[in-house]
Design a protein around this ligand. Structure first.
Ligand code: GLN
Ligand code: ZN
Length: 770
């Protein structure tokens, strides 16, 4: 029996790669020093994995930006718009690589970046490969070969990790019509063959192919493509030990395809799909030579493994195929885990009691190794002690008062059907709200945040460090809020916001004030490129101790007669952007958060706020990978939103906001949220996103964003009027609002002022024209 790993975080335990990248991009350091940092990280990662007891250690899991982009460049999948750059001797290969990732505006060159999108249901974003009908693949496998050799110099024979051909194609996009990207497989396989040939030449023994699309609903053609691929490789390279890795969910109907693959090892995610081990055993279809890599340690959440549970799974597999055909592994690449729990020494953030329940990447590898020792009965006294400690931690988690709050549990179980219903149906509410708010046709508003200037950031940082007293800090924020309200009044906006200057992040701000949340100091996870996020940890029952936002919203409302919109983050988004407990269903945790937000909504209403926005940008990204699981998720997620929104009077107007997302297949669920107003990101799609609202006859009010806040460009009045005219052709004007695409926190004041003045002027023009 062996231990193995699928991939290790590459950003560095203290985000060393982030810093090195950003210094290189800003011209402060040269390429050499960036590459030196990268090399140190790789070396440390390999040695650490060896030390933790991993037998089969990955290489080529490192990346300077993204592993999908790495493969695109390895395979010569470089979109035409970069050809000039590629042929220009003053740009290095790496300049080209970063230009593909980030776009480039330099020395006369002005080329847009490749598209970026979410990696399955994680918060990691990859660069989307672009394919043409006659796509040519030109292989340059240096990165893969060099990393293999680099590890070999340390005495480590690694397993090279590659995204499999079928997943690579499916991850990409066709850039012209007349073909499906899966049709490129015939051309792609010889390219992969070249890579494998070179690996064989340097005596490599193991290659891991990630085929996470095996967890999605594949068409028959795609299933055949999987079979064709691995039959091809197995026939060409009988000596190579090929692993096909699936993770994040079950094989589902792809199980027979997976079991029939002529490969050395099949990796299973037994954290997200423990039952598939039984399916495999019962089906009796596993090849007699195929090994099973058991992903028993959760690679994407931060909880300690439950050894007793894992041992049962491992034993079951051993009984069926024999220990020599078993590998123990994390469920997926540890890319999605923070690096090292040992760095968390700040008791105020993360108490020892909570830490005993956690494991980050480094600790997860130790868990994998300990599980192997327990099965092999190695170092018995030592490992049995670890087992005992592990079981104790699990046991006290079940009863810890830090986690369990009976009041919260009772409140959740006492919920009834009317708790997720507003008092009256929308038409009644709409009438009452019209009277209460007295808004014009095409009312204008913003999404919440105003520019977070350097000063605003420094106040928050200094307040946190204790360099500013609470009084000093409040005075500064009051001034900023007041100026923002005055600006909005002067400009003639209809529904104002306070500006969110007190908030660092739309989830952290709430997490810090809710019980049941903890924070780490170094729990960073790569989001894309050099960007990392530090999600809060929801460890216990969630409740609200005191109002969280009322002070700032009420203050802002006291400054103006116009309605101010209270600003909250919704339960699904808070859940989605945190590490979530695994000892109860996500739905339960989400409902608890919903009740806490509901209390806040009610308090805002009491404080005189007539409009309250509950942001839910993350609803769509919470969708499960397999379609058959969508309904169950949408049921509880939409219900959680409704619980949070339904504690107020009919007169109080509830808004929600969602960033750019496709609504096609979930429009009825969006309508079910029953927000009085929904604002969506729309300008980049030229209002096309509205089609589905129109076809569905979406009954409530909608604010389709009229300008893209991701760019400093000031939109022209005529442009916005034209967009709204387009919108008015689809949606009755009585239902339309005018607003930017999203919050303005990343913008600067000068362009924000100009843009909003133009937007209000555009609204006036729309009113005159209609
Ligand atoms: N209210 C938030 C803001 O304006 C919304 C951000 C978001 O949707 N991502 O910043
Ligand atoms: Zn947004």
């Amino acid at each position: 029996m062996k231990t193995t790993n699928l991939g290790y975080p590459r950003i560095g335990s203290k985000r060393e790669l982030k810093r090195a990248l950003e210094q290189y991009w800003s011209g402060k350091t040269d390429l050499e020093s960036l590459l030196a940092t990268a090399k140190i990280i790789r070396k440390e990662n390999w040695l650490l994995q060896q030390e933790q007891g991993i037998d089969l250690i990955p290489s080529n899991d490192f990346s300077l930006y993204d592993q999908v982009l790495d493969l695109s460049t390895t395979l010569g999948c470089i979109p035409d718009r970069y050809t000039a750059l590629a042929n220009n001797p003053s740009f290095s290969d790496l300049d080209l690589y970063f230009a593909m990732a980030r776009g480039i505006q330099q020395d006369g060159a002005d080329i847009t970046a490749m598209e970026m999108t979410k990696w399955f249901d994680t918060n990691y974003h990859y660069i989307v490969p672009e394919f043409t009908k006659n796509q040519v693949f030109n292989v340059s496998p240096d990165k893969i070969i060099n990393e293999y050799k680099e590890a070999l110099e340390l005495g480590i024979k690694t397993k090279s990790v590659l995204i499999g051909p079928v997943s690579f194609l499916l991850l990409g996009k066709e850039k012209e019509s007349g073909f499906h990207r899966i049709d490129l497989l015939e051309r792609l396989l010889p390219a992969y063959e070249e890579i494998l040939q070179q690996l064989v030449t340097i005596d490599a023994e193991h290659v891991q192919f990630d085929e996470p699309y095996l967890a999605l609903n594949l068409s028959e053609k795609e299933q055949r493509a999987i079979h064709q691929t691995y039959s091809y490789f197995a026939a060409k390279f009988p000596s190579l030990k090929l692993t096909v890795a699936n993770y994040f969910d079950c094989f589902g109907e792809n199980i027979d395809t997976a079991l029939a693959l002529p490969v050395h090892t099949l990796h299973l995610d037994l954290v997200h799909c423990p039952l598939q081990l039984d399916d495999i055993i019962e089906s009796n279809k596993l090849n007699s030579y195929t090994h099973l890599s058991l992903g028993v340690v959760d690679g994407r959440n931060i909880w300690k493994n439950e050894f007793e549970k894992s041992l049962k799974l491992i034993q079951k597999a051993i009984d069926h195929v024999g220990a020599e055909r078993i590998l123990i592994a994390p469920s997926c690449s540890l890319l999605h885990s923070p690096c090292d729990l040992d760095l968390e020494t700040n008791e105020e953030n993360l108490s020892g009691e909570i830490k005993q329940w956690l494991a980050f990447a480094k600790q997860k590898l130790e868990e994998v190794a300990t599980l192997k020792k327990l099965v092999n009965k190695e170092n018995l006294s030592d490992t049995l002690e670890k087992l005992k400690k592990n079981s104790e931690a699990q046991a006290n988690k079940k009863t810890a008062t830090l986690i369990h709050n009976q009041k919260v549990k009772q409140r959740v179980s006492a919920l009834t059907a009317k708790d997720d219903q507003r008092e009256s149906a929308f038409p009644t509410r709409q009438k009452l709200q019209k009277e209460a708010l007295d808004l014009p046709l095409f009312p204008t508003t913003t999404i919440g945040s105003f520019p977070q200037t350097k000063e605003v950031r420094s106040w928050r940082a200094n307040f946190k460090k204790g360099n500013l007293s609470a009084d000093e800090y409040n005075v500064l924020l009051e001034k900023e809020t007041k100026e923002t309200i005055e600006f909005q009044e002067r400009t003639g906006l209809d529904v104002l916001v306070h500006g969110e200057f007190e908030r660092n992040d739309m989830v952290e701000y709430f997490g810090e004030q809710l019980s049941g949340f903890a924070f780490t100091s170094f729990g960073w996870v790569q989001s894309y490129g050099s960007r990392c996020v530090k999600p809060p940890i929801i460890y216990g029952d969630v409740s609200r101790e005191a109002p969280m936002t009322v002070k700032w919203s009420a203050f802002a409302q006291s400054l103006t007669k116009k309605p101010v919109k209270g600003m909250l983050t919704g339960p699904v988004t808070i859940l989605q952007w945190s590490f979530v407990r695994n000892d109860q269903p996500r739905s339960e945790t989400c409902t608890q958060i919903a009740l806490a937000i509901r209390d806040e909504v009610v308090d805002l209403e009491k404080a005189g706020l007539k409009v309250i926005q509950i942001d839910e940008p993350a609803i769509r990204e919470g969708l499960p990978l397999r379609k058959e699981d969508w309904d169950a998720y949408l049921n509880w997620a939409i219900k959680a939103f409704r619980i949070s929104a339904s504690g107020v009077k009919d007169e109080t107007q509830i808004h929600t906001h969602m960033c750019y997302s496709e609504f096609n297949d979930i429009i009825s669920n969006i309508a079910d949220m029953d927000a009085d107003v929904i604002t969506i990101e729309c300008s980049r799609s030229q209002m096309e996103l509205l089609d589905v609202f129109a076809t569905f006859k979406y009954p409530n009010e909608i604010g389709p964003g009229v300008y893209d806040i991701h760019s400093p460009r000031v939109p022209e009045r005529a442009e916005m009027v034209a967009l709204m005219e387009k919108a008015a052709k689809q949606i009755p004007v009585e239902q339309l609002w005018i607003n930017p695409d999203c919050g303005l926190k990343t913008r600067h004041w000068p362009e924000t002022r100009e843009a909003l003045i133009e937007m209000v002027a555009a609204a006036r023009e729309c009113r005159q024209n209609s």
